[in-house]
Design a protein around this ligand. Structure first.
Ligand SMILES: *[C@@H]1O[C@H](CO)[C@@H](O)[C@H](O)[C@H]1NC(C)=O
Ligand SMILES: *[C@@H]1O[C@H](CO)[C@@H](O)[C@H](O)[C@H]1NC(C)=O
Ligand SMILES: *[C@@H]1O[C@H](CO)[C@@H](O)[C@H](O)[C@H]1NC(C)=O
Ligand SMILES: *[C@@H]1O[C@H](CO)[C@@H](O)[C@H](O)[C@H]1NC(C)=O
Ligand SMILES: *[C@@H]1O[C@H](CO)[C@@H](O)[C@H](O)[C@H]1NC(C)=O
Length: 770
């Protein structure tokens, strides 16, 4: 390159970046949401192009010229969702929001990811259930169902996505497999893969991440999307283990389902990697492609329904009969942190399973602590000296930082040859074991802080290490403090099954009450989300740290990100078994058959060993084999959702655009909204509400039974409901009265049973005043 060319290049770069700077200072990416399309049958690409043209024309009237409109446009949503994403000035966005055809204008918001034996734990197979009675066998392993996952993409070469034993691709499938520079290929199992990066790019504009081709692929370079997708519908892979632990056959909930990856999550910027403009584009495409189920293990803070691209898009999917599942979030145990709370979404919390990668701690004084790890064993079977990280700190390091074993705080002179005791928090758990390794410690014990309570996560640590509970950590510190020569040993990890009690709620799992509509209980259910083994990406190490050069085809991960795909897999089976059930019927079946007791037949515990509440687990832990035959369901149709939105104050015009057809709001009381759970955020005196049940089982007479908490009286009318045929609907009313005032939220339950089926709804009543 000549020097002249070079300077021209520099000059143009300068001009470009100045221009960019000027515009980026005022323009942001927005989504202009215009409601629904009413494309009939036989819609063509030309019709979609026509929609895009109208979007350009619409935008042109605000930004001046056709050229400017085209330049500003990021996405045009043409299939089910009507709207577009564009770079706009704040004033333009505000003006557009005033237009009568606009439902809402939302900022292109970022969201984050909510980062095999579990099936047996749910009795989907073995565990006392005859194969002929298992949902898995009855639903033919979910063959025929198509499940999409909006995530970080997929590692297509993973053995979980091999297509052995899988028939031809269903002819109704309209999706494609986007090619890339890495040789990405689909097959009869992984039938589709697409990527959506323009919303991310719009947000990241100018950042280095855009300068290379890593954004033009559906390949999963992070591991998260492969993990979730294989949990949903991965094929059988035998002999799967993680560093020799948890050996068994890995498989998804619907092992013969067809799966499709919609990559909407990219390397995080400001903690967020998944943007609404991309999420909406992926939904619009997935609905068109022909998925039956959509699973999303991501989310942000809950927001108003029309300001929330995910909730809007999910509505369009549900309208087309697609069940949409989302993770509840990993912001627990703080109350009111649950996200993805729209009533048309199935929102999933996370809890433990009965498997442990047990690496217990033994002290010289005979004390023994349970621990979890995926690490290697200590070099010798003997007691090693213990040292707290505070004692082992470098002179200049603050005690608080050293206690957490943060990088650059530990003195090798002190830690060498000892087991270093670190506190959980701030820095990544595996990073602490790297710090211990660098400081030449022989091992590490990671103690939970108070907020993590009993939640133990098995990590692939860099040296012999384990994690213990908060209470045990306190005892360990006390022991070290009480003796001159503290000694201990970390047992090498072994896989232990039948751990009791299980499930218990994960501390991280986001909790209710619902911050947007407190009358709707959220989360809806809980499912396995701690130490789950599933497929991984070949592009990243098990610790996700750059300097870790290890690569593994399967790994454990924890999060509501892991629990959501478990339920999505089960939905795939239900969809295969009952192709005509609506999304709300499937959801009701899963919710009303969930259990609230653990494997010791006691109430499911929270992370702090107290009884968990429906604000942690919703209706309870899913029970797939019961969900296939719930007896009765609480159904909700599109009009019910529209009336729900009317009740919340959205006007007739907005609702009409949202639904795509003229709609007249019906006056409803939100307490009568036919949700499978009953929540009254604040009760003064008494209230009567109603529900409607639909028979999806054999004829029968159902009798109501109530669990009434102290402080309330509850009655149901009528007490018996007789169903003569499938599809028959019957209503009942529930009167709840405060008998003792001044109480916090109390929880009860209502169960309808014909002696075979048990249709259970939790009742939550808050702010009780007489
Ligand atoms: C592209 O970007 C990714 C992510 O920032 C980085 O890991 C990779 O090394 C880059 N590749 C090239 C060829 O620059
Ligand atoms: C895992 O199980 C398979 C089949 O039972 C067995 O062949 C294999 O050796 C086991 N691997 C490990 C690491 O235990
Ligand atoms: C201590 O940790 C905090 C983060 O918790 C960090 O901001 C600070 O820089 C650290 N101090 C030192 C001296 O490393
Ligand atoms: C720790 O700090 C050192 C020196 O500041 C740096 O080179 C290294 O990458 C850091 N390690 C981690 C795990 O962050
Ligand atoms: C250690 O013991 C001393 C005196 O017995 C006490 O003041 C201190 O709080 C103890 N520290 C820990 C971490 O238990």
């Amino acid at each position: 390159m000549s020097s002249k060319n070079h300077s021209i290049f520099l000059l143009s770069l300068f001009i470009l970046s100045t221009a960019f700077f000027q515009s980026s200072a005022v323009k942001k990416s927005y989504i202009v949401y215009l409601g629904s399309h009413e494309h009939g049958e036989g819609v063509t690409e030309a019709d979609f192009d026509q929609v895009t043209k109208t979007h350009h024309e619409f935008l042109q009237s605000y930004v001046g010229s056709h050229e400017k409109a085209k330049e500003a446009m990021i996405y045009s949503y043409t299939k089910n969702i009507n709207g577009f994403a564009a770079f706009l000035e704040e004033k333009e966005a505000a003006d557009i929001a005033e237009h009568p055809n606009v439902v809402s204008v939302l900022l292109n918001r970022g969201r984050k990811l909510h980062t095999t034996h579990s099936w047996e734990f749910m009795s989907l197979e073995h565990n006392g259930v005859a194969p002929s009675h298992s949902l898995l066998t009855k639903a033919r392993y979910g063959e025929d169902v198509i499940i999409g996952n909006l995530d970080t993409g997929v590692w297509p070469e993973s053995p979980s996505f091999r297509d052995e034993g899988i028939g031809p691709i269903p002819s109704r499938w309209k999706g494609t497999c986007q090619s890339d520079h890495t040789g990405f290929r689909c097959n009869r199992k992984l039938i589709g893969a697409r990527y959506f990066n323009k919303g991310y790019a719009a947000y990241a504009a100018g950042s280095m991440v855009l300068q290379n081709g890593t954004l033009d692929t559906a390949r999963d370079n992070e591991g998260h999307g492969s993990h979730t997708l294989s949990t949903i519908g991965g094929n059988f892979v035998s002999g799967v283990n993680v560093f020799g632990l948890g050996n068994g056959t890995a498989k998804g909930g619907s092992p013969k389902a067809r799966v499709a990856a919609y990559k909407v999550c990219w390397p995080a910027i400001d903690h967020n990697g998944c943007f609404d403009a991309d999420i909406m584009a992926a939904f619009d495409m997935a609905i068109h492609d022909g998925v039956d189920v959509l699973s999303l293990s991501l989310g942000g803070d809950a927001s108003d329904y029309f300001d929330d691209g995910l909730s809007i898009a999910a509505f369009h999917a549900v309208k087309e009969g697609i069940t949409v599942l989302c993770s509840a979030g990993n912001s627990g145990p703080t109350p009111g942190t649950v996200s993805n709370v729209a009533p048309w979404i199935l929102t999933v919390a996370a809890s433990t399973i009965d498997r442990d990668f047990d690496a217990s701690v033994q002290l010289h004084n005979g004390q023994h602590f349970r621990g979890d790890s995926l690490s290697i064993a200590l070099p010798e079977n003997k007691l090693y000296p213990l040292i707290t990280a505070a004692e082992a700190r470098l002179a200049e390091a603050p005690v608080e930082n050293a206690t957490l074993c943060m990088n650059g705080t530990i003195d090798p002179e002190k830690a060498r040859g000892r087991i270093l005791v670190c506190l959980r928090g701030i820095s990544a758990r595996v990073e602490k074991s790297f710090v211990a390794l660098e400081a030449e410690a022989v091992g590490m014990i990671l103690c939970n802080d108070q907020s993590n309570g009993n939640e133990l996560i098995a990590d692939p640590h860099f040296l012999p290490a384990t994690q213990i509970t908060y209470a045990d950590g306190v005892a360990l510190f006390a022991y070290i403090n009480s003796t001159k020569n503290p000694l201990g040993y970390i047992h090498p990890p072994t896989t232990k099954l039948n751990i009791k009690p299980a499930p218990s709620m994960a501390a991280f799992s986001s909790r209710g009450p619902n911050p947007i509509t407190p009358e709707i209980l959220k989360p809806d259910v809980t499912a396995p989300g701690v130490n789950i083994i599933a497929a991984y990406s070949g592009a990243i190490s098990p610790t996700e740290l750059d300097f870790d050069k290890r690569r593994v085809p399967f790994i454990t991960m924890s999060g509501t990100s892991m629990s959501c795909p478990h339920v999505a897999g089960v939905v795939g089976l239900l969809k295969t078994l009952h192709p005509n059930w609506s999304p709300s019927a499937i959801k009701s079946a899963i919710m009303t058959t969930a259990r609230t007791r653990d494997n010791t037949h006691k109430p499911i515990l929270d992370d702090t060993n107290v009884k968990a509440t429906p604000f942690a687990y919703g209706s309870g832990h899913i029970r797939p084999n019961r969900a296939m035959d719930p007896g009765l369901v609480y159904e909700l149709n599109i009009n019910d959702y529209l009336n729900f939105l009317c009740f919340l104050g959205y006007n007739q015009a907005q609702i009409t655009m949202f639904s795509g057809t003229p709609y007249h709001c019906e006056d409803i009381n939100i307490l009568d909204f036919n949700y499978p759970t009953i929540t009254i955020p604040k009760l003064y005196g008494s209230v009567t509400l109603s529900r409607k049940l639909k028979n999806v089982g054999p004829p029968g007479t159902y009798t109501a039974s109530l669990r009434v908490p102290v402080g309330l009286s509850i009655s149901v009318q009528p007490k018996k409901l007789k169903f003569d045929k499938i599809g028959e609907e019957k209503s009942f009313s529930l009167t709840i009265e405060v008998t003792r005032s001044g109480m916090a939220t109390v929880f009860g339950g209502l169960t309808w049973s014909d002696g075979t089926h048990y249709v259970r709804s939790p009742i939550a009543v808050g702010g009780v005043k007489g």
